[in-house]
Design a protein around this ligand. Structure first.
Ligand code: GLN
Length: 307
């Protein structure tokens, strides 16, 4: 690990010139991202931080929020309820596919794709003392270790153009997976997607999952140990959508990407890895990030299937 910082700097140097891909544009505000930005961070389970590149640059979580809100819903409703509403099968489809509901149960295939994640957000309710949005903001503050805010421009940009997600939500309502609070649940989902973090924050979030649910610095348990495998197995089989198989084959670790360009990878018991670069491929994964994580995993022998 001593040479980790050096290796991360080399990765940034190696892949920054890669200019294929483009920032997501279906959320107009995301298209404004600076394509030169590239960062990588590693946080170990005992809280050591290694990083290189533009690590303090902030970006919105987008789908990288999904595993964490799923964890929150699991804590609140338990495994059985969650499984009765949202499946655990990879869909083999794009993240925003509309044909993502299982044939007979009409459950979304899994919580890592939009249909499943919108349902999951709808299950997060106000408590006596706290609004559902504040609960989600507190969750991400606990994961990152500091207060987080929402990028209001990205939120509004997605809300105003979300015809596809809106139609998915109505389909979920039709099949009684979610209740009548369709617009409120969509707003909550768009807001969790618009939470601002930097690459080191994202690595800290991944490290919390690697550490069995306890935040490496504060030691606060953010998701019970028993729920961590539920989250990680879904990240492994579904986190990379229709390239989850390719990712499993070449990297062999649970991961989750977001269309803003974030990518988090969990090395159970060891560390969290995060990258950021807004140039994404057709599946919505950061191209530089995928390359860098592959190299890092190979260099430090991190694939869980490699003995
Ligand atoms: N907010 C985005 C959406 O719902 C998240 C998608 C993603 O990051 N893959 O379309």
């Amino acid at each position: 690990m001593e040479n980790m910082n050096q290796f991360l700097s080399k990765l940034v140097e190696k892949y920054r010139p890669l200019s294929s891909g483009a920032p997501a544009s279906y959320i107009p505000e995301l298209a404004k991202a600076d394509p030169s930005q590239f960062a990588i961070a590693v946080v170990t389970c005992d809280g050591k931080v290694f990083q290189a590149g533009d690590v303090s640059h902030k970006f919105t979580l987008q789908s990288a929020s999904k595993p964490f809100v799923y964890g929150m819903a699991l804590e609140e409703h338990g495994r059985e309820f969650m499984r009765s509403r949202v499946g655990v099968e990879p869909s083999g489809e794009a993240f925003n596919s509309i044909v993502e509901l299982e044939k007979y149960t009409h459950r979304p295939y899994n919580p890592m794709i939009n249909s499943g994640a919108i349902a999951v957000s709808s299950f997060i309710k106000d408590t006596k003392n706290m609004k559902r949005l504040d609960r989600i903001l507190e969750l991400f503050s606990d994961y990152t270790g500091h207060a987080v805010t929402i990028d209001e421009d990205v939120f509004m940009s997605e809300k105003q153009t979300a015809h596809r997600n809106r139609s998915i939500a109505h389909l979920l309502r039709h099949f009684e997976i979610i209740g009548d609070d369709i617009e409120e649940s969509l707003d909550l989902y768009f807001k969790q997607c618009s939470v601002l973090v930097n690459t080191t924050d994202l690595a800290m979030m991944a490290a919390t999952l690697a550490n069995g649910g306890a935040q490496p610095n504060t030691k606060k348990v953010l998701v019970k140990k028993e729920h961590v495998p539920d989250i990680l197995s879904l990240m492994f089989t579904c986190g990379m959508y229709d390239s989850a198989g390719e990712w499993a084959y070449t990297v062999g670790l649970p991961a989750k990407s977001g269309v803003s360009g974030g990518l988090l990878t969990v090395v159970p018991g060891k560390m969290g890895i995060a990258t950021y670069s807004p140039l994404i491929d057709q599946q919505g994964h950061s191209i530089r990030g995928v390359h860098a994580v592959r190299d890092l995993v190979e260099q430090f022998n991190l694939n869980i299937f490699v003995n």
